[in-house]
Structure formats: C-alpha cells, structure tokens
Design a protein around this ligand. Structure first.
Ligand code: HMG
Length: 429
C-alpha cells in the first residue's frame, strides 16, 4: 500500500489561511474525517408509542428520527478505535505525534482511554496518547491543541478522536436526545478537507445546566436552562470571533453547530441571525445538510459537531471548495467556541461518504423492549470477573472484565458485516 507523505510541498510555501499576521504560518487543519456508530438504533416512532407522546415532538420539535444504541460489548474505546481505523491505512504511522481522546464517558479515572486505543490500533510507542474533558467541547479544545502542535511541527500529524455515549435515563425528558458514536479527525499541514482559520472566540462561565457526578452513569440536566445557556455562549463566542477575525455572518457560507438534537441547530442559527444578521433573516439552506447524520444517530456529545461537519461535506450537493464555514462548539458547564475554516479544493476525493452511508444503512432497528434491555446492561462495579456476550459487529469489542481490568479484543471482521442475528436475541444470550 502506498504511503502518502504528510505534505508534497514545504508547509511554509503554502498560502496563509485567514488574517494571521505572520506569513510563515503553514496551512493546518482537518485532513480526514471518519465516524463509527453502533449497529443498532431505536426508531423514535417506537419511543413515541411507548411513552405516549406525539411522534411530531421528536421528528419536528427535536428534529430526531433514530437514536443509536450501544451494544453490551461496545464502549467509547471500541467506537473510537473503529472510527480511527480507516484514517490510518494510507499514512506513515511514524508521523503520528499524538492520539487525543475527547470524551465525557471516560472508562477510568486515571488511565487515559487513548492508551487503550493506541494499543488496539497498534500505534508506534513514539506517539503520545492522552484524554481531555470539558463536556461536549473538549473535542474542539483537542483540535485546537493539535492545530497548534502541527503548526510548530508541520511534518507531524495528530489524531483527535471524539467518542461518547449520551445517557439521560429511561422515561427522562432527555431520553429522545440520547445517542452514541465516535468521530476521528486527522489533523495535518496542507489538509485535504478543511484549512482552519487561526481566529476563534470563546465564552466560559461556571453554570449547572448539565453535569454527571462520578457516582452516576446518566447525566443530570436542566433541559430548558441548558438551551438558554447554549445560546448565551453562542452570542458571546461569536462576538469575540467577530472582534478577532473582523469577519461577519456574511463571510460564512455554511454553519455547523453542536447538535444535541438537530432542531438546536435551527434555534442557534435563527438566534445568531437575530443578534448579528443586521435585519436579514437566516437561511436554513446554510445548515440543512449538516444535520442529516445527527438526525439518524442522536447526541454523541464531543463527536456531535464533527459529525455535523462530516454530514455537511458528504451530503451537500454544491461543491464547497474555497468556501468558509462557521463552526460552533458548545460544552455544558459551560464553554463555547466559535471558529471557522475553508473547505479545500478536491475535498470530495478524500471523504469516506460511501463507507459512512453503508454503515448507517446496515444498522438494525430495535424494539422498545430490546432498547430498554440493552440500556440497562451494566458492567460490574466491584471488580467481579465478567464476560460480555458477543454482539458488536466491528473489529474491536470489550470482551469483559478480569481482575479490575477491561479486556479488549481485536478479532472481529475487518469490514462492516451484514447483521444476521437479531440484536435482541444476542443481548438475551
Ligand atoms: P421537553 O420538555 O420534553 O420538550 O424537553 P418540549 O416540551 O420543550 O418540546 C420540544 C419541542 O417540541 C418544542 O419546540 C415543542 O413546541 C415541540 P420549541 O418550543 O423548542 O420550538 N413539540 C412539537 N412539535 C411538533 N409536533 C408536536 C410537538 N410537541 C411538542 N406534537 C429538551 C426538550 C431538549 C429540553 C430535553 O429533551 C432535554 O433535556 N434534552 C437534553 C438536554 C439538551 O439536549 N440540551 C441542549 C443544550 S445543552 C447542550 O447541547 C450540551 C449537551 O450536549 C451536553 C454536553 O455539553 O456535554 C446536552
């Protein structure tokens, strides 16, 4: 297999992106995007029926159709490793400087999940591995850390992986906004997908809109308040971005927002235009394609914005080459960052569109009973030995727990299999 060098030209010879004062700044950004989701989902019609709610609330009011449901032998580590796999096939692994895992569903208080991923992917020992946290926006902090490192060391690459499982509880108001998934983002100089602008705007404030104490595996949330704080963060972050970059809303051709549910993107887009649009109404065409995948998967916290970016690039019919897109990352608690990047010429040749669409199309719907059973599956919390039933359809699975250690295996199929056994049968086994 041919190994692609990090860059054809010296990064210092490339065109500077954005308004950065230094002409020696290389173009750095997103070179590859790959996502992975569990093999089953709950159709929200099923949830609406079971909870005696009009399905219009889920489909229209929240903008969600399907909710990804984790298998008993999957977790954020297996999802992350599956997502990253396709991005490692055509690069020189010795150019990887670090793998950074962004998650709020961590599996250990001490050991970084990125180290398990490093092992499963057989990455070189010279590649660092660590984990970062700040609710849904730690993936953006990780991306920005990666961009800064690659700017200093342009022959290096950094793999950022956002992986999460959103859990609010059966019968909770947040239940229809649950989901699970991982997005892997390859950061390099001379990126093939999006060259990031150096300017950004951030907003941080200590609030309790959504949090998860160590003793719980479900989030606590003040739903309506969290929406209000999301918009407050958007307003302030955009204002700072505008001050730093000198750009206005009109300089951004498309927008991708953090999507806890896709209707939130519409609320955010309308709000931004009301505040900064100089009387011009919003155009939903600017966000339409960014929500297509999220609508089918649900909230995947740190991964949600990067799933929206993937969705935009893979589903928008118009060629976006040379267009600048505005990005808003929000993490409860709270921190929000507004930033932007320019889509690169020829980006379509480097997307995994076919693979992603096949992955979504091959999932299996669950009945409400199977979903509830899978949701309630829990690993022992006292160190007891435990073996998970074989269920995950990918290469990696969490086989069980032995002597307080998570045991991962990497002997599943190398491609997306067609699912033959029913998910419900497997979880009952
Ligand atoms: P709820 O109270 O069940 O829903 O909770 P609602 O009554 O507000 O209804 C939702 C919408 O559906 C409303 O529209 C209704 O009118 C509409 P809106 O007023 O918003 O325009 N509706 C209907 N539409 C059509 N046909 C019908 C119908 N019935 C009602 N028949 C809530 C909704 C989102 C609050 C809840 O699901 C929740 O708490 N979710 C979790 C929290 C969340 O997602 N917050 C978002 C912002 S915070 C964030 O994004 C960070 C986060 O990702 C975590 C992190 O950072 O780590 C969550």
């Amino acid at each position: 297999m041919a190994i692609r060098p990090t860059s054809q030209n010296s990064p210092l010879e490339t065109e500077n992106q954005g308004n950065h004062p230094s002409s020696a700044i290389p173009s750095v950004g997103i070179d590859g995007l790959s996502f992975y989701v569990p093999g089953q989902y709950l159709p929200l019609e099923e949830l609406a029926k079971a909870r005696d709610v009009d399905v219009g609330k889920f489909h229209t009011g929240l903008g969600q159709e399907k909710m990804a449901v984790l298998s008993p032998d999957e977790d954020i580590i297996t999802l992350a490793a599956e997502a990253a796999r396709p991005l490692l096939t055509d690069i020189d692994l010795s150019s990887l400087d670090a793998v950074i895992l962004a998650t709020e569903s961590g599996v250990d208080q001490s050991k970084a999940g990125a180290i398990y991923i490093h092992g499963l992917l057989d990455l070189p020992s010279s590649c660092k591995a660590f984990e970062v946290k700040q609710a849904c926006c730690s993936s953006t902090a990780a991306l920005q850390m990666a961009l800064a490192t690659v700017t200093l060391k342009p022959t290096k690459r950094i793999l950022v992986i956002a992986s999460d499982v959103a859990r609010y509880g059966i019968l909770s108001a947040g239940e229809p906004t649950q989901g699970a998934g991982a997005v892997a983002i390859m950061v390099s100089a001379n990126p093939r997908l999006i060259a990031m602008d150096p300017e950004d705007g951030s907003y941080t404030r200590d609030v309790m809109d959504f949090w998860r104490p160590n003793y719980r595996d479900e989030a606590l949330v003040d739903g309506k308040y969290s929406i209000k704080i999301y918009l407050e963060a958007l307003e302030n972050a955009f204002q700072s971005y505008q001050n730093e970059s000198g750009r206005s809303i009109d300089d951004l051709y498309r927008f991708c927002y953090h999507l806890p549910f896709t209707r939130m993107g519409e609320k955010a887009h309308s709000f931004l235009h009301k505040k900064f649009g100089a009387g011009k109404p919003e155009t939903f065409k600017q966000i339409e394609d960014s929500g297509i995948y999220n609508r089918q998967i649900g909230n995947c916290y740190t991964a949600a914005l990067y799933l929206a970016i993937t969705s935009l690039l893979e589903n928008e019919a118009e060629d976006l080459s040379g267009k600048r897109i505005g990005l808003f990352s929000y993490g409860s608690g709270c921190m929000g960052t507004f930033f932007s990047g320019k889509v690169q010429a020829g980006y379509r040749d480097h997307l995994l569109t076919h693979q992603h669409q096949a992955l979504l199309a091959s999932r299996e719907p669950l009945s409400i009973e199977s979903y509830e059973r899978m949701y309630q599956h829990a690993l022992p919390i006292d160190g007891e030995e435990f073996q998970n039933p074989q269920h995950a359809r990918g290469k990696f699975r969490l086989a069980g727990i032995e002597a307080h250690r998570r045991i991962y295996t990497a002997d599943g199929p190398d491609h997306i299999p067609s699912i033959t056994a029913s998910a419900a049968e497997l979880v009952e086994a």
